[in-house]
Design a protein around this ligand. Structure first.
Ligand SMILES: [Zn+2]
Length: 252
């Protein structure tokens, strides 16, 4: 491939062999769809079992100060379930339901992630890159550390032995990486599925998609163009393909 070389002169990798199962861990409802929705859709279409774990309740995901947080959290759970279905997920979404904006990545939360990894036994775990520099939103940082720390604890038998048999995923993919070194090419059909899944998060149209009139076709079209441009620009190759990019952790 590639006109792209990383600073160490190594070419990035592209398109993992489709795993049998994949668990995506996100801070809020919609983070997984933005971070790796195309990848999950592609894999699900080829027989991969995809799973969602969402750490917070999303109850602060609005610019409207008059919104009831409890009602918003309930709505966002429904939206997340629809989005997971749109990507091809058939299992229930795991909701940890920590309060939006107040997620921690300590010993209270880590066993919840370990339990999910040991129960679902994913071959690949996808998550926020917790080491992204100058990231402001603490939930994204904490969700990333919960995923990386949770993977380490899930693989070894003396961590949380009451939570079932150890499970060692083969690899991790971290989205939002400062220095991505792996990409999954997103063909048009999977871009369209990613979009359908993002559109399921209707409560987020204004704050994350810049669509403040639900029936405003031009605003939605502008969002789609921005998303398409981002997936093209982020691509580690210069051939105009759409891609989701990651830091690959090749061995757990
Ligand atoms: Zn988020």
């Amino acid at each position: 491939m590639s006109t792209y070389l990383m600073s160490d002169g190594v070419s990035p990798s592209q398109n993992l062999e489709v795993p049998s199962s994949a668990l995506a861990i996100g801070a809020h409802p919609d983070d997984i769809e933005f971070g790796c929705g195309g990848t999950l859709a592609k894999w699900a279409s080829k027989g991969c079992n995809i799973y969602h774990l969402v750490c917070t309740d999303g109850s602060k995901g609005t610019w409207d100060p008059n919104v009831d947080g409890i009602a918003l959290a309930a709505r966002r759970q429904q939206e997340q379930t629809l989005a997971a279905r749109a990507l091809g997920g058939t299992a229930p979404v795991t909701f940890l339901a920590w309060k939006d904006g107040e997620l921690q990545s300590g010993l209270e939360q880590r066993p919840q992630v370990v339990e999910a990894i040991r129960r679902l036994k994913p071959e690949i775990v996808l998550a926020h890159d917790p080491w992204k520099r100058y990231r402001l939103h603490p939930d994204h940082r904490h969700a990333g550390f919960l995923a990386t720390d949770g993977v380490v604890a899930a693989r070894d038998p003396l961590f949380f032995p009451h939570l079932g048999q150890p499970h060692r995923p083969a690899k991790m993919l971290l989205w939002e990486a400062d220095q991505p070194d792996h990409q999954e090419v997103i063909e048009e059909e999977f871009f369209q599925i990613k979009l359908r899944a993002l559109k399921a998060h209707a409560s987020q149209y204004e704050s994350t998609m810049g669509v403040n009139q639900l029936d405003d076709e031009s605003q939605m079209e502008a969002f789609i163009q921005r998303l398409r441009a981002r997936l093209t620009e982020n691509s580690l190759t210069s051939d105009g393909q759409l891609a989701e990019v990651f830091k690959l952790i090749p061995k757990i």
